[in-house]
Design a protein around this ligand. Sequence first.
Ligand code: ZN
Ligand code: ZN
Length: 331
Amino acid sequence: MRAMLLTKAKPAEESPLHEADLPIPAPGPGEIRVRVRVCGVCHTDLHTVEGDLPLPKLPLVPGHQIVGVVEASGPAVHEFKEGDRVGIPWLYSTCGHCAYCAKGLENLCESARFTGYHVDGGYAEAVVVPAAFAYGIPKTFSDVEAAPLLCAGVIGYRSLRLSNAQSGERLGLYGFGASAHIVIQLARHMNCEVYVFTRSSAHRELALALGAAWAGAAQDAPPARLDSAIIFAPAGPLVPEALRVLRKGGTVALAGITMSPIPEMDYSLIYHERIIRSVANSTRQDARDLLRLAAEIPVRTEVQEFSLSEVNQALQALKHSQIRGAGVLKV
Ligand SMILES: [Zn+2]
Ligand SMILES: [Zn+2]
């Protein structure tokens, strides 16, 4: 099968992924093989190919926002049958018995494995996944529309939950890429006022079109204090910026998997019970809840399409905030 393979981490500009012909993987017990139709391009993929994250496996096929069709099943698969359309996100498997799994925090599982990171992912024609970690895709969505929901959407949904934003409150979003453009629709649906901070004028325009009450740069003062905020951009200096405009007792959720160092800051910025918390991965329940909610609203994903062999260009565009909405590869 055709796949885009990473053999050595390097900057996106140096085209780290190259085309390879790999054997078609065989599903083991409890696993399904999915014929990949589309795969979304995520910031985590950029951090993976550029080596910002330690790489547990090389060579590696990245990609973890996969939409495809079940084409083969191993023994003991009851969840899906051949021909079903499924989605595969970042969370590939968990142990099911560590202290975190037992507490419903499988996103923090000690032995969690991630798609396109510990195991080969969706920048390929086929992928194998435990059936218990795949999800039916609501009919409302085409393949390309559904792909960004699987990570940008699911992580965004968890970030929104952990930001503790409540109906009628003011929510700040820092950075306006794939995840934020979905979160704004969830937040508007729960009647939040959304304030968007981004350098890109194209992203500000999209934010206002999607119902933002205000859009500006990170250093700009919004017209009112925020009840909560989510930082999507991997830039530590945004943390004090967000705290500066946050009300007492408010929460700042950090949605990224990495972030540049957070600068030293005055205690007064977090005093009055302001909370800073990171968001790590997601649970299966997050994925189920987000897909159901997205179909109900319905969320409209803005997508820029690339072919599988254009993945390096897609990652470069993502790196330079040149993608409107989310990038998706058609396999
Ligand atoms: Zn576990
Ligand atoms: Zn992702």
